[in-house]
Design a protein around this ligand. Structure first.
Ligand code: FAD
Length: 415
C-alpha cells in the first residue's frame, strides 16, 4: 500500500522471521503460488491444508496475539508486530482467529487488564490455541444499546454466586466452553455501579442454549437462559460492583476487533480467501461499464481510507493509548462500507444475484454475504449509538438524555 512507510531494519527482520516461520507451517508451494499470482498452484497447495488445526499452530506460536505477554502465549511485542503479522496473514490468505474471534479479540484484553493472575494462567493460552471457545453474554431482551440497564441477577451464596436471567444474541454460545457474563449484583445502586463481571462455564447446570435462526438461514447466535446457575467466586473478574469497567474494556476491544476485519465471515472462521477487494473485482463480468467502474473506484477509495484510519489508530496505540471511542469511528465505517460493497456485488451480478444454479458456490456466497452484512451495523453496538458516542466523547457535544440518571437501577423504567 502506497501510504505505508518503509519497514525499519528491526521491522523488516521481524517480517522476514514471520514469513520464514509461515513457510514451515503451510503446505509446500503455498506462499510461492501467492507471490507469483499462480491461482492454479495455490488451489493445489491449499488442498492439503488443514484449517481446523491452523488455530492450534498459530495459537501456540505467539504470533496470534503478539501484544499479549509472553507468559500468556503472546510475544510481549509492540503494536507494529501485530500490524506486520496481520499484513502477512492477509497477504498469504491465512485466517487469524479461527472460531475464537471473541476469545482473542475481547476476552484476552479484558482478562489481561482486569483478571487475576490465576485467571490469566488458566484461560489465556487456551484462547489462543482455540482449545476453549468463548462467547459474550452481555445483551438481553430489554438491554442492548442501553447495556448497563441489564437485569440478569447474581446473588452471593457463600463462595458462590447464583445467577438467574436471560441473555440474547449470544454468538457461538453453542460451541463455547466459557462465556463472559455481565450480571447485576446490586439493584439498589445506579445502573452502571451495580454490575459484576464473571466467567461462566457454559456446561454448568441451569444453562440452556436455544439457537436463533437468522436471515441467512444459519443459527449463528442464540438465546441463553440462566436458571439458578452457580458460579464460584473465583470466576469473578475484578471487584464486586466494578463490572462496568471491565465490560468497557471488552466493548472497546470489540469495536477495534470488528473494525479490523473484513467482516466477511469466511475470512474470520477460516478458508483461503483472496483480498476481498481483489475477489470483488474478479467476480464482476461487466467491467467496461462506466457506472460499474465508478462504483468500483469509489469503493476502492473508501477501502483505502479505512485502512489509513485503522493504521493511524494503531499508531496511536503504539504511542501507548488504549482503544478509546475512536475505535467506534472505524467500526461504523467498516460496517457501512461492507454493506455498500455487498450491495454493489449484488447489483453487478444482475439477475444471478437472486437466482443461481444450486452448484454455483459463488452465487450462494454472494447472497449470504449480502444478507449477513445487514447485521454489521447492529452487532458490536449499532451505528446510531456509536455515532452518539462519537458526538459526545470525541466532538464534545452535549450528552444524550438518560431518564434513569442518578436513580437506583430498581427504580428505573425498563423494557
Ligand atoms: C449478528 C449479531 C451478533 C451479536 N452477537 C452478540 C453477542 O455475541 N453477545 C452479545 O451480548 N450481544 C450480541 N449482539 C447484540 C448486539 O450487541 C445488540 O443487538 C446491539 O447492541 C443493539 O441492541 P438491541 O438489539 O437490543 O437494539 P436496541 O438497543 O433495542 O436498538 C433498537 C434501535 O434503536 C436505536 N437506538 C437505541 N438507542 C438509541 C439512542 N440512544 N440513540 C439513537 N438510536 C438508538 C438503535 O440504533 C437501533 O436501531 C449481536 C447482534 C447481532 C446482530
Amino acid at each position: 500500500m502506497r501510504w505505508k512507510t518503509e519497514d525499519t531494519p528491526e521491522r523488516k527482520a521481524f517480517r522476514e522471521g514471520f514469513r520464514e516461520w509461515l513457510s514451515t507451517k503451510v503446505p509446500k508451494g503455498w506462499m510461492e503460488a501467492i507471490d507469483s499470482s499462480d491461482d492454479e498452484a495455490f488451489k493445489k497447495a491449499s488442498e492439503s491444508f488443514n484449517f481446523m488445526s491452523w488455530a492450534r499452530v498459530i495459537g501456540s506460536s505467539g504470533y496470534a496475539a503478539p501484544l499479549w505477554p509472553k507468559e500468556f502465549g503472546g510475544l510481549s511485542g509492540e503494536v507494529w508486530t501485530q500490524q506486520i503479522v496481520r499484513e502477512e496473514l492477509a497477504r498469504y490468505r491465512l485466517p487469524l482467529f479461527g472460531l475464537n474471534l471473541l476469545g482473542v479479540g475481547l476476552v484476552g484484553p479484558t482478562l489481561i487488564e482486569h483478571g487475576s493472575e490465576e485467571q490469566k494462567s488458566r484461560y489465556l493460552a487456551k484462547i489462543l490455541t482455540g482449545e476453549e471457545i468463548w462467547c459474550q453474554l452481555f445483551s438481553e431482551p430489554g438491554s442492548g444499546s442501553d447495556l448497563a440497564s441489564l437485569a440478569t441477577r447474581a446473588v452471593r451464596d457463600g463462595d458462590e454466586w447464583v445467577i438467574n436471567g436471560q441473555k440474547v444474541w449470544t454468538s457461538i454460545a453453542q460451541f463455547s466452553k466459557f462465556g463472559m457474563l455481565l450480571a447485576r449484583t446490586d439493584p439498589e445502586l445506579e445502573k452502571h455501579e451495580g454490575l459484576t463481571y464473571f466467567v461462566l462455564d457454559m456446561s454448568s447446570p441451569g444453562v440452556e442454549i436455544r439457537p436463533l435462526v437468522q436471515l441467512t438461514g444459519s443459527a449463528e447466535f442464540n438465546e441463553v437462559y440462566l436458571t439458578d446457575v452457580r458460579v464460584p467466586d473465583e470466576n469473578r473478574v475484578g471487584p464486586v460492583g466494578d463490572g462496568w469497567r471491565a465490560a468497557r474494556t471488552t466493548l472497546m476491544n470489540e469495536r477495534v476487533t470488528l473494525s479490523g476485519i473484513s467482516l466477511d465471515a469466511a475470512s474470520i472462521t477460516g478458508g483461503a480467501r483472496k483480498d476481498p477487494f481483489e475477489s470483488m473485482i474478479a467476480g464482476i463480468s461487466d467491467r467496461q461499464d462506466g457506472l460499474v467502474r465508478q462504483r468500483v473506484a469509489q469503493l476502492f477509495a473508501e477501502q483505502e481510507a479505512k485502512e489509513i484510519t485503522a493504521f493511524r489508530a494503531s499508531m496511536a496505540r503504539l504511542a501507548g493509548q488504549q482503544p478509546g471511542p475512536e475505535g467506534g469511528v472505524n467500526k461504523v465505517f467498516n460496517a457501512e462500507l461492507n454493506q455498500r460493497r455487498s450491495n454493489f456485488l449484488m447489483d453487478a451480478a444482475g439477475l444471478s444475484s437472486i437466482a443461481w444454479d444450486p452448484n454455483d458456490r459463488t452465487g450462494q456466497a454472494r447472497a449470504h454475504t449480502f444478507l449477513r452484512a445487514r447485521a454489521n451495523t447492529i452487532e458490536g453496538g449499532t451505528s446510531e449509538v456509536l455515532k452518539n458516542q462519537m458526538a459526545e466523547r470525541i466532538l464534545g457535544l452535549p450528552r444524550d438524555v438518560d431518564p434513569g440518571q442518578g436513580l437506583a437501577w430498581k427504580d428505573t423504567k425498563r423494557n
